[in-house]
Design a protein around this ligand. Structure first.
Ligand SMILES: NC(=O)C1=CN([C@@H]2O[C@H](COP(=O)(O)OP(=O)(O)OC[C@H]3O[C@@H](n4cnc5c(N)ncnc54)[C@H](O)[C@@H]3O)[C@@H](O)[C@H]2O)[C@H](O)CC1
Ligand SMILES: [K+]
Length: 243
């Protein structure tokens, strides 16, 4: 399969990667170069919060983050903190009980509880929220394995039936980030904010796609033989599309 070629609005080409290649990037960044996941996640959460504010054009200006237990969920929870810091009323719906969270997601969750941000597993508040509410899809990213299971599938349906705009982090949940296949059900976003490099499966996803800088240095790409030229200019993100 020939990988899709993404370009910025000025025509700069950006290589797309599979989930395995992106895991290699993460692995070299962390194991060899010494970045910490939380450093990259902080950049992801901040960039995502900017995009949520950007699509917040009307309504009551609230946001609901739907978060899973992996790196994607962790980025969504970091985004919730950045939104609250800008006085945007934000709440969180988890895909599991808070006691079951692990790793970076548990870490981000602990901060949100200290901030008194409402966190629940019940989707009622999401269903009742206004059209102007922006939904942040941080359920599953490139870590999706197999068909979407029932609880995640319910959350995906809930996001898709909400009248508000949906911003997906990294990959619309339910889309295989390598093949673009819908594994059972998938989020239909207004916008996707993908991290570091485009994923091959993003070719053809609905909505616009932005690439965000999460601070991975050139040397990581060089070590993996990925030809990378910085596509970012004044902003820490750039819109990308396939010809
Ligand atoms: N350098 C980077 O790009 C960085 C990306 N980050 C973000 O981390 C995710 C990848 O994180 P990972 O923990 O590997 O996986 P996910 O969060 O995508 O997925 C795990 C999550 O999903 C659930 N899940 C998996 N399969 C299924 C299924 N079939 N049905 C239901 N649920 C499923 C699982 O239970 C977990 O909850 C990447 O996309 C970025 O968003 C890092 O933040 C920083 C570096
Ligand atoms: K997602």
């Amino acid at each position: 399969m020939v990988p899709p070629l993404f370009r910025t609005p000025t025509g700069q080409e950006i290589p797309a990667v599979t989930a395995d290649e992106m895991r290699d990037v993460d692995c070299v960044a962390v194991e060899t170069v010494g970045l910490q996941i939380l450093q990259m996640m902080e950049n992801a959460g901040r960039a995502l919060a900017w995009h949520v504010r950007d699509v917040h054009t009307r309504g009551d200006g609230t946001a609901v983050v739907i978060a899973g237990n992996g790196g994607n969920g962790g980025g969504g929870l970091a985004c919730a903190r950045h939104l609250a810091n800008r006085d945007i009323p934000v709440s969180v719906v988890l895909d599991r009980h808070a006691d079951e969270l692990t790793g970076a997601a548990a870490h981000q969750h602990g901060i949100l509880t200290e901030m008194d941000i409402p966190i629940q597993t019940d989707t009622q508040e999401l269903s009742n929220s206004e059209e102007g509410t922006v939904i942040i899809d941080a359920l599953i990213g490139y870590g999706l394995r197999g068909r979407v299971r029932s609880r995640a599938s319910t959350l995906i349906e809930c996001m898709n039936s909400h009248p508000g705009k949906v911003v997906s982090l990294d990959v619309p949940s339910g889309i295989d980030s390598t093949t673009g296949e819908t594994l059972g059900s998938a989020v239909d976003p207004t916008r996707t904010v993908t991290l570091a490099l485009p994923k091959t499966g993003l070719d053809g996803v609905p909505g616009t796609v932005f690439l965000a800088d999460i601070g991975i240095p050139y040397t990581v790409y060089e070590r993996l033989g990925i030809e990378y030229h910085c596509p970012f200019d004044e902003a820490d993100w750039v819109r990308i599309s396939v010809d």
